[in-house]
Structure formats: C-alpha cells, structure tokens
Design a protein. Structure first.
Ligand code: NAP
Length: 276
C-alpha cells in the first residue's frame, strides 16, 4: 500500500501560493482566526494554521474570546473583524458555544473573506459547481490529495462516510464536479461495510476512531482519511484502522500527516486568492 503523505501535496501548494504572492506587489494577506473558548482541538487547529501561514510567508492573527461572551457582544466583535480592511480572510473555529447563533455568523461573514466556505453564498457556489467562491478547505483538500497524486476521479465510484456541511456534503459536490459517481453514507446507512466496499475511492469523515477496517475496503481502493480523533491510548488517529487495511488498499492517507496538513495549505491558498 502506498502511503499518501500530506506534506508533499502541501509543498506543491506552497509553491503555488508563493507564485500568487508575487502578483500582489508586496502586499501580505492577513488571516484572522476567530475562536470562542479554549477547546483543545480548536487550539491545536489554530496553532497548525498559524504555523502554516508563517511557513507560507503569510500573516495570521488570533482573535480569542471567552466562552462566556454573550451572543450580542460576539456578533459586535465579529462585525469589527469582518469589516476590518486589514483582515483579508477569516477562519471561524466551530462549533461555537450553544448560546451563540452560528447561523447568524454564517450569514454575516463577508463571502469574499469566508475562506472556509461557511456562508450561504459560498455553499451555493459549491453546490452549483461554480469555482469562483471558497469551498470548505477540508473538502477541497481531499480533491487536492487525489489530483496531486494523479489518482483518476472521473468515472470512479467514490464513497464518503459522513454528511456534514464541512466535509461530506461539499466533498460530494466537488467529486461530482470531477465526474465521480458519489455515494454518501451516514449513521442510517444499511450495510455500511458493503456500501464502502463498493468505493474505488473511499473517504472516511465520520469522526469515529479507527472505525473503518479491512471489512470496509475493497482490494485496490484509494482510502482518504479525514478523521481526527484520539484513540484509547490518547494518541491522534483517523477514522481508518490503518494497519488493518494495508493489504487491501492500494493507497491511503495517514493520520496524522495526511489530509490535515493539506487543509491548512488550502486555507493559505484561499487567503492569497482573497487578496487578489
Ligand atoms: P460531524 O459533523 O460529526 O459529522 C460526522 C458524520 O459522520 C455525520 O454525517 C454522521 O452521520 C456520520 N457518522 C458518524 N458515525 C457514523 C457511523 N458509525 N456510521 C456511519 N456514519 C457515521 O463531523 P465532521 O465535522 O464532518 O468531521 C468528521 C471528522 O473529520 C472528525 O473526526 C473531524 O475531527 C475531522 N475533520 C478533519 C479536518 C481535517 O482538516 N482533516 C477538518 C474538519 C473535520 P449522521 O449525519 O447520520 O449523524
């Protein structure tokens, strides 16, 4: 089984970003990372995104707010960031605490600064196959991994486990745009292993540690693991039981070191696009 490392894909995107930066005449785009509370996974994603922006020669600033901030106050603070001409693009770490209306923020965010495709305008573009908006970075990262490794998508059966608005659904649209035949699975899917085995490309985005084993993978399949979980020993792991699929799959992305690093590279590319 070939291990599809995210670092190689990220390096290609970095070269692309540097070329795009040259066209900005010395202007350095700035990312605003907006976080409410201090959830460990948010902090870890924030650290990764800050490091990546720096490595790509871009600026990033973190805007952290206490978990107790009121809905009205947060909206006021968010409005300021959204309207700040110094802010080129925004990454909102989600989910927000329950007392803050996430929908309102999704409606407020300027689609031109909405680097992770959460606004209705950008979502509509993804579903319409219109590339002029921003798709959610993780969904785009999956397509990027396939393309960078010259894995054919057109005409292939792609099976996605997960139907969230950040990964499963937008990814289905991006893969359809690439002419794949797409099946989306979820918790009510009957015979999940059998349905997954039908996939020539299998994408795991369920958020269940090591759930997909050899029973779910057909011989020669390409397996892309989007999951970021912690296993029983407290170690970072994906949705795929990596060891058990080694003799079945042709190729697979590891966790860590797979899709995650490509996601932040795509975020960087979106940031430079937003500045253009
Ligand atoms: P989510 O909103 O919790 O959605 C999970 C989806 O998986 C749901 O549609 C759910 O089905 C389905 N699912 C859960 N358990 C299942 C099961 N046992 N059988 C079949 N389907 C099942 O999660 P998300 O935000 O999409 O994230 C998914 C994973 O990707 C998480 O591990 C997350 O940490 C990771 N992630 C990674 C990146 C990255 O950059 N690599 C970025 C974002 C997220 P129902 O709809 O029926 O509930």
């Amino acid at each position: 089984m070939i291990v599809l490392k995210g670092a190689e894909v990220s390096a290609r995107i970095k070269a692309e970003v540097q070329q795009m930066l040259e066209g900005l005449g010395g202007r350095i785009p700035r990312l605003a990372i907006v976080r409410v509370g201090e959830r460990p996974d948010d902090l870890s994603y924030e650290r990764g995104a800050m490091k990546k922006m720096e490595a790509f020669g871009l600026e990033a600033k973190s805007y952290g707010f206490p978990e107790t901030i009121s809905d009205a106050r947060f909206k006021e603070e968010f409005r300021k960031i959204n309207e700040d001409p110094e802010v080129t693009g925004i990454l909102l770490l989600k989910p927000l605490p329950k007392h803050i209306c996430e929908k309102d923020i999704e409606n407020m965010i300027d689609p031109k600064k909405d680097l992770d495709g959460i606004s209705p305008a950008n979502i509509a573009k993804v579903f319409a196959g219109d590339p002029s908006g921003f798709a959610p970075c993780t969904a785009e990262a999956v397509v990027e991994v396939l393309k960078a490794n010259e894995i054919p998508i057109a005409g292939k059966r792609a099976v996605i486990v997960g139907r969230s608005m950040v990964v499963g659904k937008p990814l289905a649209m991006l893969l359809i745009k690439e002419n794949a035949t797409v099946t989306i699975c979820h918790t009510k899917t009957v015979d999940l292993p059998g349905t997954c085995r039908n996939g020539e490309i299998l994408v795991a985005a369920a958020g269940r540690a090591k759930m997909l084993n050899e029973e779910y993978v057909s011989p020669g399949a390409v397996v892309i693991d989007v999951g970021i979980n912690v296993d029983n020993d407290g170690k970072l792991c994906g949705d795929v039981d990596f060891g058990s699929i080694e003799t079945q799959a042709a190729m697979a992305t590891p966790v860590p070191g797979g899709v995650g690093t490509v996601t932040t590279a795509v975020l960087a590319r979106h940031l430079v696009q937003a500045a253009g």
